[in-house]
Design a protein around this ligand. Structure first.
Ligand code: NAD
Length: 344
């Protein structure tokens, strides 16, 4: 892993890189691995921090890291984004603030990161004439399903500041394609899970607490249902829309999800079975969202993505959970988490 301290320095490698924002995060780090596995050089934005902490990128194998150039930066800063994407053959924009509960507390930062940050990426891609931008949306923009499974034509109904800020980024992406012909494709993943996910999400919360020796897991509402997609399948969906012929994907939005549905309560029971543990659940009122903000049901129709790219999930929920459980049972991984607090 090399680190680029200057905004405009080119990668030392001859190959044209692809640029990734949010590269040090959960999905971003898996996407970086998937890109390198297909022979790509990756220029990876890691959000500047005073610890020189490169997040999950630090845990990737050396043969992957040798193809990754880290650029410390911030999507809220236009120059930072320009330096990242200059000369890239494609940009995968994943950087975002993603926690719904924290979006109740700090909504301005969500607009700065998810709306203005996306605007900065669009401007850089437009002016530097980058051939492909993959913008990341979320199933949360649909709100509670009005019809199932949810297609891309389902109404947008933003029930949290997080969802609203992501929808704002989506609308900007659409407008840049319509106004300037910016070659943007929007991927809308449904709930993604797997190794490296933070304990703000429900699956790591349950597995992490059990792996840490708890038999009573503390959660919010058990009724909502979700369509959980294993992270390697989500990364494959990014690659699919990032590499498909432009005529098939540019200017379009694609759902990525399995079409399966499970409630949080049934998920806890399944994890308990797979971890061979009888689990009790303690509902923590501070984790329960305001009634009109909680998205009660999300189920994906990914047929548009399948038709355009051939993408299909390769992992069942149980397989993905087994991989995630193995990850959390490794003490070195578990040590990176705070299992005894509410991770907002
Ligand atoms: N995890 C899911 O279930 C899910 C579902 C749908 C969509 N998404 C979207 O996928 C993307 C990745 O999410 P994730 O689950 O990997 O979350 P994550 O929090 O692990 O990753 C987000 C990354 O963005 C970075 N970031 C935040 N602010 C930044 C800034 N100002 N400048 C540069 N980088 C910044 C963070 O450091 C982090 O590494 C997000 O756009 C999210 O909205 C996630």
């Amino acid at each position: 892993m090399s680190q680029n301290r200057s905004e405009n320095t080119q990668s030392p490698a001859a190959a044209t890189p692809v640029a990734v924002t949010g590269a040090e995060g959960f999905i971003g780090s898996h996407l970086v691995e998937a890109l390198v596995a297909t022979g790509q050089r990756v220029r990876a934005m890691v959000q500047y921090n005073s610890f020189s902490d490169f997040g999950w990128l630090e845990t990737l194998p050396q043969d992957v890291l040798s193809e990754v150039e880290v650029v410390l930066g911030d999507v809220r800063d236009p120059g930072s984004v320009t330096g990242l994407v200059k000369g890239a053959e494609a940009v995968y924009h994943l950087a975002a603030l993603i926690a719904i509960p924290y979006s109740y507390r700090a909504p301005h930062s969500y607009v700065d990161t998810n709306v203005t940050g996306t605007l900065n990426v669009l401007e850089a891609v437009r002016h530097l004439e980058i051939p492909r931008l993959v913008h990341t949306s979320t199933s949360e923009t649909y709100g509670t399903a009005q019809t199932v499974p949810i297609t891309e034509d389902h109404p947008i109904n933003t029930q949290s500041p997080y969802a609203a800020s992501k929808a704002g980024g989506d609308r900007l992406a659409d407008s840049y394609h319509a106004s300037f012909g910016t070659p943007v494709v929007t991927l809308r993943p449904f709930n993604t899970f797997g190794p490296r996910q933070s304990m703000r999400a429900v699956i790591p919360t349950v597995i992490g607490q059990v792996a840490a020796g708890e038999r009573t897991v503390t959660l919010g509402d058990l009724r909502p249902t979700r369509d959980f997609t294993y992270v390697k399948d989500t990364a494959a969906a990014f690659l699919a829309v990032g590499t498909a012929p432009a005529a098939d994907v540019v200017g379009r939005t694609f759902n990525a999800g399995t079409g399966g549905e499970i409630s949080v309560g049934d998920l806890v029971a399944l994890v308990g079975k797979l971890m061979d543990t009888d689990l009790d659940v303690c509902e923590d009122t501070q984790r329960v969202r305001p009634a009109d903000s909680e998205v009660m049901r999300l189920v994906c129709d990914a047929s548009r993505l399948r038709a355009a790219t051939g993408w299909a999930p390769a992992h069942s929920l149980e397989e993905g959970l087994e991989h995630t459980i193995a990850f959390f049972r490794d003490p070195a991984n578990l040590a990176r988490y705070k299992t005894d607090i509410y991770n907002v």
